[in-house]
Design a protein around this ligand. Structure first.
Ligand SMILES: [Zn+2]
Length: 421
């Protein structure tokens, strides 16, 4: 069993600028909040945004924070590269709702030996959590203390973009026109509502929001959410016979009709699913929040139709007690990228130059690129080196993190050189 050290991380932080930036960013709690009426959904995102804005202004870059909290930074092209294609790079400020992002205590596993890693609170991170760990024997890994997530999703992406901007300002790296976007509320599927694709005026984009070394995300789920409400009929239990409609019972009965072999925990690869995220229920009223996911758009619609058929059955059984509202969250980016292959080809070349093997990946989730691609801005997703995101086992492979930086830097230069005309 291997353990981690805070001192080793502090030592690395002193000599590794990318890690230094990352540790600064994860000191801000930017957990998104599903039930918030605020935009963005948490104040921490605004605070981190303001901090980043100040960093960009220190670099004399032209950057603004929109009223929704999105940071947009415009970088003029190097001389002679003004006509190159306009690349947009994005990462998101928020962290997942599933796990606390407050008071993150990171530490470093130096020279990973391939055995289990004992986190400070006793949790064991090993290959049963992530088979990818085995590929990183000899690497250094930033881990949590087991009580929070790490925030590498997506502060690793933000760190890469901030270091890129620092290096563009202080060196003569050739680049075309660039727009860097730090989005908000990606984890609750709202980020693209606050991004005006037309106003960005870019030719293509890349999100730095992936996970394992080498992955290049070129397809995502189609995603819909369903809010299900059951109205009960409350009657004293003494005289409830054939009169009471117990909303608790109806909700449980309804959810039991979702096929168990089509849940997140029972599906893999290209299979879609139903996922019950939350329930609040009492006898009078019961609510459930359900995610519908499928790579095939027609199959996603079939999932919606299945819920509607169940609703019809239940409403005739229990006197119109069920109502469902649906929201389309994002669409698969694959078709858009197949029709606009240039940005994917430029990414692949950047991987090759960084000596990173390309692993084309179908994401069982979404990225900002899912929406952006379908709104006219083709946008694949690049790895960051983070693993096991959204929970206490989240970790960041330092060497992969640096490779991700190299890939992004190569990409920026490739776009400039290849498309300057
Ligand atoms: Zn992310």
């Amino acid at each position: 069993m291997q353990s981690s050290s805070i001192k080793d991380l502090n030592d690395l932080c002193g000599v590794d600028r990318l890690v230094h930036i990352f540790l600064d960013l994860i000191s801000y709690n930017t957990q998104a909040c599903n039930d918030s009426a605020m935009i963005p959904s948490s104040a921490g995102q605004l605070r981190l945004g303001a901090h980043i804005l100040a960093m960009l202004q220190d670099l004399h870059l032209q950057a603004t924070q929109t009223k929704e909290g999105v940071i947009i930074c415009k970088v003029e092209a190097s001389k002679g590269y003004e006509n190159a294609k306009h690349l947009c790079l994005l990462a998101h400020l928020d962290t997942a709702c599933d796990c606390s992002g407050e008071n993150i205590k990171a530490s470093l596993v130096k020279n990973y030996k391939g055995e289990g890693i004992k986190l400070a609170n006793g949790l064991i991170l090993d290959h049963s959590i992530s088979f990818n760990l085995q590929k990183h024997v000899g690497d250094d890994i930033i881990v949590t203390d087991g009580s929070t997530l790490l925030g590498a999703d997506d502060k690793a992406g933000i760190s890469i973009l901030l270091l890129l901007l620092e290096n563009l300002v202080t060196s003569d790296i050739k680049h075309g026109p660039l727009t860097i976007v730090f989005s908000v509320d990606e984890e609750i599927g709202k980020s693209c509502n606050y991004i005006d694709v037309q106003a960005l005026n870019c030719d293509f984009a890349v999100t730095i929001d992936g996970t394992a070394l080498g992955e290049l995300d070129i397809a995502t789920f189609n995603a819909m959410s369903a809010k299900l409400k059951v109205k009960g009929k409350s009657i004293h239990t003494a005289v409830a016979y054939k009169k009471m409609i117990n909303a608790n019972d109806v909700l449980v009965e309804f959810l039991n009709n979702l096929p168990y072999d089509q849940r997140a925990q029972t599906t893999l690869g290209l299979e879609g699913f139903y996922h019950v995220v939350s329930m609040q229920s009492n006898m009078q009223e019961a609510n459930a929040y359900i995610l519908l996911r499928d790579f095939d758009k027609d199959k996603l619609i079939e999932r919606q139709q299945f819920l509607e058929q169940l609703k019809t059955v239940f409403n005739s059984r229990y006197k119109d007690c069920i109502d469902i509202t649906y929201t389309m969250q994002y669409e698969n980016m694959a078709k858009v990228l197949q029709a606009n292959p240039q940005i994917v080809d430029l990414c692949k070349k950047a991987y090759e130059q960084a000596k990173v093997e390309v692993i084309e990946n179908y994401v069982r989730g979404g990225t900002d690129g899912s929406n952006l691609s379908n709104r006219g801005l083709p946008c694949p997703n690049i790895f960051t080196g983070a693993l096991n995101c959204h929970g206490p086992y989240e970790c960041l492979i330092v060497q992969a993190f640096h490779k991700a930086y190299d890939v992004v830097l190569n990409l920026v230069q490739n776009v400039a050189v290849t498309t300057k005309g």
